[in-house]
Design a protein around this ligand. Structure first.
Ligand code: ADP
Ligand code: MG
Length: 604
């Protein structure tokens, strides 16, 4: 084929593809424009996961009627004049591409009015072709209405994921912007339902609660650090603010690690790496923190013009930024979290309220802060126990070196000796001493019973005395809606009860006394977008999560009757040596090990 210039239609579609990949990218570009225009209120309406409609309305400064057509053309921007300006970018936009790109792959209508004009103006763009600008009555501000996204690019349409996934991408985007701009009121409506609304009163923790739920928001630790740098033109150095999760609060992936740089949401590997460094040795392998961190840096020290979506940045001195983020996060973390060690004192100091199922719901702020801040009381988290367990097995000098008895085999009949630290059962077997983690053990017991009942299709359930109403953050609510059939299958009676709200009427008898809210949350927390659709596997995994949430916790004193029955139940399990998540339920100190340790037998 001979070389030809691309037609403007083709080249604009290629360019659009870089900026507008999915409905969420449209929302991002439009919301960024509203923020750049100084809006205090931004309302976003979505229909059909953004395929049918995305409308973003703001009360910003507006676009003058005579500039409207220009605003929708490629490389037209009011935010940048010379190339040097690229290194002093103070706005979110600057490439002048978004409106043109969106207009070329949709039916777009921009309605806008500036304060000084008596009436507003409207421009329609259909698949990149602009119509005439018309005068219309309109309030000050801008409304961009995007219909039938990708109607003329069927290939793109095919690449879109399920409605749920696309909507989730939009929600997660808007909530993050709401976090970054707590002074701005954001509202999202999906069809007729309002799914997110922020107050615009500057309260970031309240927005965190909308994003992750109240109990998570309460636990998040605040980060606040600044460092002056006289070498920059402004003397301004680096500052980091926002929230990070304590070590007891983790996810199985990095999706909840959020960074903003100068008000811009970025996916920047080096920042994530710095953060993970801060958590180094505090988290179990494969676990990641949740964060919403806002880095401010002198504009000349950061290059934002790396990629059309502006989601990547380059720092002039990467090392400096890395160590600043790492140090600041670490400091915040250590201020609240005692470093885990294998000292026996830790075992007994676990506070009861910390781990009781259901206790996290409804405690007031002061209590929550207290328990996070006070030295030892929050040590009892699973993760911490995991860490200290790991450090015990990796330490070959440890007296507990004989751990590798096959985890899959059954356990011999055990004689209960008692409970220590309100957390472990001590028992004697034919070959030495057994230390049993009551939480892990109970998880295993519940899980096997539940799965057995499930197999025989007879999960007895019990109506709650009073139905419990549980409200979840919008994303979690969506996930839960999809999981309702599972729940009902497993002896729960749960129904939707208004926006993001559910009513639990019955629970499996197995969990009687457990907190229904915890059970629901266990299902949606950590839920992976692309979880395997193999039904049996998913069900087992979900069941395991619920069991984990509702099992007896460490720090809970058990009566000897309860201890004994837990032990008996554990003996009856098919795989008593691990919890459904693979952690050991018990540590075995053989007579042989004991004898060596006491120097009775061939000292090592
Ligand atoms: P960029 O944001 O990179 O400048 P866009 O294509 O997103 O490019 O927007 C082009 C121009 O249209 C902007 O520079 C701005 O002047 C104007 N504009 C777009 N959206 C709005 C809005 N919501 N309020 C006011 N002006 C807007
Ligand atoms: Mg823009």
């Amino acid at each position: 084929m001979p070389i030809r210039l691309l037609s403007s239609e083709v080249s604009s579609q290629i360019a659009a593809g870089e900026v507008v990949e999915r409905p969420a990218s449209v929302v991002k570009e439009l919301a960024e424009n509203s923020l750049d225009a100084g809006a205090k209120n931004i309302s976003i309406a979505i229909e059909d996961a953004g395929r049918a409609l995305i409308e973003v309305a703001d009360d910003g400064q507006g676009i003058p009627a005579n500039e409207l057509e220009l605003a929708a053309s490629r490389h037209a921007t009011s935010k940048l004049i010379q190339s040097e300006d690229l290194f002093h970018i103070q706005t979110l936009g600057f490439r002048g591409e978004a409106l043109a790109s969106i207009g070329s792959v949709s039916h777009m209508v921009i309605t806008s009015r500036v304060e000084s004009a008596k009436e507003g103006a409207r421009l329609k763009v259909d698949g990149g072709v602009s119509n005439k600008v018309e005068k219309v009555g309109a309030p000050v501000g801008t409304v961009v209405r995007v219909e039938n996204l990708f109607y003329n690019v069927p290939a793109r349409l095919k690449f879109l994921k399920s409605d749920v996934t696309e909507r989730r991408a939009i929600d997660s985007l808007v909530t993050r912007y709401a976090l970054a701009y707590p002074q701005v009121r954001f509202k999202v409506t999906d069809g007729k339902q309002a799914t997110l609304q922020t107050a615009g009163d500057g309260d970031r923790r309240a927005i965190l609660a909308a994003l992750y739920g109240v109990d998570v928001a309460k636990q998040m630790l605040e980060v606040m650090a600044t460092e002056d740098d006289p070498s920059t033109s402004s003397g301004r150095g680096l500052s980091l603010s926002g929230f990070i999760s304590p070590v007891s609060l983790t996810r199985s992936n990095r999706k909840e690690i959020t960074f903003f740089v100068n008000g811009r949401w970025v996916q920047e590997f080096s920042l994530t790496a710095a953060l993970l460094q801060a958590y180094h040795t505090l988290l179990m392998v494969g676990r990641y923190p949740l964060t919403a961190l806002f880095l401010e840096i002198a504009p000349e020290d950061v290059d934002v013009n790396v990629h059309p979506t502006k989601a990547e940045v380059r720092f002039r001195s990467q090392d400096k930024v890395f160590s600043f983020v790492q140090r600041s996060a670490r400091k915040a973390l250590l201020a609240y979290t005692p470093v885990p060690s294998v000292s026996p004192q830790l075992w007994g100091s676990r506070s009861r309220s910390d781990e009781m199922p259901g206790r996290q719901v409804g405690i007031d702020w002061s209590v929550a802060h207290d328990s996070v801040g006070s030295e030892q009381s929050s040590v009892g988290s699973d993760e911490l126990r995991d860490t200290s367990y790991e450090s015990r097995i990796t330490n070959s000098e440890s007296p507990v070196s004989n751990l590798q008895s096959a985890f899959t085999t059954g356990v011999p009949l055990l004689r209960l000796i008692g409970q220590i630290g309100s957390t472990y059962l001590v028992a004697e077997g034919p070959d030495g001493l057994y230390l049993i983690d009551q939480h892990a053990a109970h998880e295993r017991v519940l899980f096997e019973k539940l799965m057995a009942q499930h197999e025989s299709k007879s999960i007895p359930s019990q109506a709650l005395l009073a139905p419990e109403v549980v409200t979840l953050p919008p994303q979690s609510a969506k996930t839960l809606t999809e999981q309702l059939p599972f729940l009902n299958h497993f002896g729960f009676e749960v129904e939707e009860f208004g926006a993001n709200t559910f009513q639990v009427r019955a629970m499996p008898i197995l969990f009687s006394g457990g907190d229904p809210a915890s059970a629901l949350k266990a299902l949606v927390e950590d839920f992976e977008e692309d979880e395997s659709p193999l039904q049996a596997e998913v069900e087992a995994r979900l069941a395991a999560r619920v069991c984990k949430r509702l099992a007896v916790k460490g720090g809970q004193t058990l009566t000897s009757e309860e201890q004994r029955s837990l032990l008996n139940d554990l003996e009856a399990c098919n795989s008593p040596r691990t919890c459904p998540h693979g952690r050991p339920t018990m540590i075995h100190l053989s007579v042989d090990t004991l004898e060596r340790q006491f120097g009775r037998k061939g000292a090592r």
